[in-house]
Ligand binder design. Sequence first.
Ligand SMILES: O=P(O)(O)OC[C@@H](O)[C@@H](O)c1c[nH]c2ccccc12
Length: 259
Amino acid sequence: MILDKLADATRRRVEALKAQTPPEELKSRALAMDRGAFPFEAALRAPDIAVICEVKRASPSKGVIAGEFPYLDIARDYEKAGADAVSVLTEPDYFLGHPDYLSGIRAQVGLPLLRKDFILDDCQLYESKLIGADAVLLICALLDTETLKSYIGICDSLGLSALVEAHDAPEIRSALAAGARIVGVNNRDLRTFQVDLGNSVRLRPLVPGDILFVAESGIKTAEDVGLLRRAGVNAVLIGETLMRSGDKKAALRELRGMA
Ligand SMILES: O=P(O)(O)OC[C@@H](O)[C@@H](O)c1c[nH]c2ccccc12
């Protein structure tokens, strides 16, 4: 199962990170930063469905998506195209990402940034703050309810928003019990890589209206976005479809049904 491989690779990265900088130092540097006003959550409360545009070079299910990868241009194009937030894959082994992509984009783009990675250790939360993230992904399949709760507490102390990813009803219950304010439902089953937008539609009613709901993965057309909008989803997270489009502005207008 791909998640096990990702978790193993992540544990090795965590050890390297800790060897490079003592965790106490990461923590104190991160806590010394401005806490901010949770701009990622504010962006998701847009009147219409919000669109989080993802900077993604490759994935385990699709292989290399973008051979050429001018990530700064891509993020700037998303901003010019009217994205509400940007998601940046920083996982190096399977997604060919890097933390430097996020810090580079932070320096040039004003939108709220989500760090997309596999968080297994609190030092990665401090690292996320230090590289300029406004939000992090926490995956229910990797973290039990107690750990989620403690990580959300650390995120709160840093001014980071937590997008808590679930893919079934028990994981949604865990996210809510942990105090998630943003729940993401992955439409891609990580065991089979099959995509089913019906997953978000079916699980939407399990999340109370005051909690933000993000539909993730496999969103390709204005019809897809329309279906999710009608289901009461607050935001969609779109990677591959936008990465493959030459004209981000036209693609985003089209997806929003404004073409
Ligand atoms: O490229 P897509 O199918 O539009 O999907 C984007 C995003 O949802 C996907 O990259 C994703 C969702 N959850 C994740 C967890 C880890 C890494 C990546 C992801």
